[in-house]
Design a binder for this molecule. Sequence first.
Ligand code: M6R
Length: 618
Amino acid sequence: MCGITGYIGYRDAYPIIIKGLQRLEYRGYDSAGVVLYDGKNINLSKTKGKVSDLQEKASQEISIEGKIGFGHTRWATHGVPNHVNSHPHLSQSSNLVIVHNGIIENYDTLKQELVLRGYTFHSDTDTEVLINLIEEIKIQEKCKLGKAVQLALQQVVGAYAILVFDKEKPNELVIAKLGSPIAIGIGKENSEFFIASDATPFIEYTKNAIYLEDSEMAIVKIDREIRIHKINDDSLVEDLRIQELQLNLEQIEKGGYEHFMLKEIHEQPNAITDTYRGRLLANKGVIKMGGLDDNIERFLNAKRIIIVACGTSWHAGLVAEYLFEDIARIPVEVEYGSEFRYRNPIITENDVVIAISQSGETADTLAAVKLAKSKGAFVFGVCNVVGSSIAREVHAGAYTHAGPEIGVASTKAFTTQITILALMALKLGKIKGNIAAPVYQTYLQELIQIPDKVAQLLEEDAHIKKIASIYKDVPNFLYLGRGYNFPVALEGALKLKEISYIHAEGYPAAEMKHGPIALIDKNMPVVVIATRKGHYKKVVSNIQEIKSRHGQLIAIVTKGDIVVRDLADHIIEVPETLEAFTPLLTTIPLQLLSYHIAVMRECNVDQPRNLAKSVTVE
Ligand code: M6R
């Protein structure tokens, strides 16, 4: 779960690599490194810490000349985050150099064999083993770099995206992929090549990119050549599958906001509109979704829907459980990708599996997708990143079109996932005859009001910031919600803990009396989602239980509420909406509350400790 980026062409490589690494820091920021070839020497610099630390170090310790080079930003898997474990890694002769994203599972066995052949290792990484294996094969087989990489990878068990350079073949870079993503940006008439874990590092240079498939490797050369072939045999990939990228630079910059997270919170009105644009034709009473329409029978005949996801996407899956069961009357099970993949689940050909993932790269969700496919289920993806591994693996799907989400804490991904899933539930509910035409029409008309209502809520920012300032130093928080808003309580707690490091737990409100109520005293802030729909009266009783124990109550209520106003210490009002859509509103103040608390605690909001945006390891 690291970021890699490289360049080969006619420009200075260093600034391209550094800027690229900064854009990839969401993939990990334990350490960073860069390597350049200046026509004579390999110059390498690396350090524990962020790309900004690397920049300072590199400019002092190496020549930053060169038209070929690559870099790495690391999320530590094998070996603690320190200088020696940082990438790039040199081979024993120092002629070969590599960066790697992924895990070599059999690295220990390979390492022992190499030790017997006289290799010594300086780091604890699996990557140093791989580069020495490539070197050993190159020597033994007397072959070129490309062949040595191919033969080495045939011995490797695990996942990788790698970039390799050989001083003896200084006009080319070798790239290979299995399980971890890698894209190649192609300059005009092959005059230059950009390589990166995603397309953001090269978006201002080219819109043409190839996403390598699993078990493929590419050789890109300074003399305008690109060749892709399979790793397991020598067959050439004839069709280079060059895609035109839809991304633009503005989308991946902060645009005047202090943090990406804040920008992304504020993007939600537009993001939700982009999600239903062209799909929701409210006035005509029509929902059009290619992936669903083309496979509608699979959904209508499904005995049940199994949703697989992780983290925030799993919370969106829980909201979908309410939506599908309530509106479409299809039984739903929601599973963590990581549990599902290992517990020998019962999956049949009559099941529809929906995989939800912002990045489309989450290893556990991807593995769950592969497992479900192997058992004959129909697998549908709800992803944000176009062309991502999950998006390519599923039978059909729908993109959320939320635009790049760079802050590690997921915000607009959640609301746009719920939007897509609501559209699906409504379409299925209508076809199955579970909702009457006027009710269906009310849903559609209300859904198109949601972006405006989210925008109104964002204007509550100053009020929420004030509440944040009161609670910024507490050690614990409790979040409670019922029905559609139970997953929002979980999501609110996750947001707070991941960016502010305050311990927070989410619970279904009624479960409080089965244990968590013991935690409540005058020092415990409790956030309760108490919108007027659904189980309002029951939640009000829960609120009374909290107040009798002197808990500090922050209530998310529907505009105009007077009952909870009298009980709560603070209220945040959300516009009225249909119960099924309340999560699209109630989640917004919780995102802002976490954001402000984290900023006030001087936490790194966009890059919280120990985390990374895409979790591409299990
Ligand atoms: O890219 P995905 O949606 O598959 O990511 C899943 C989780 O890793 C992600 O939602 C994570 O929990 C976020 N940090 C939550 O804010």
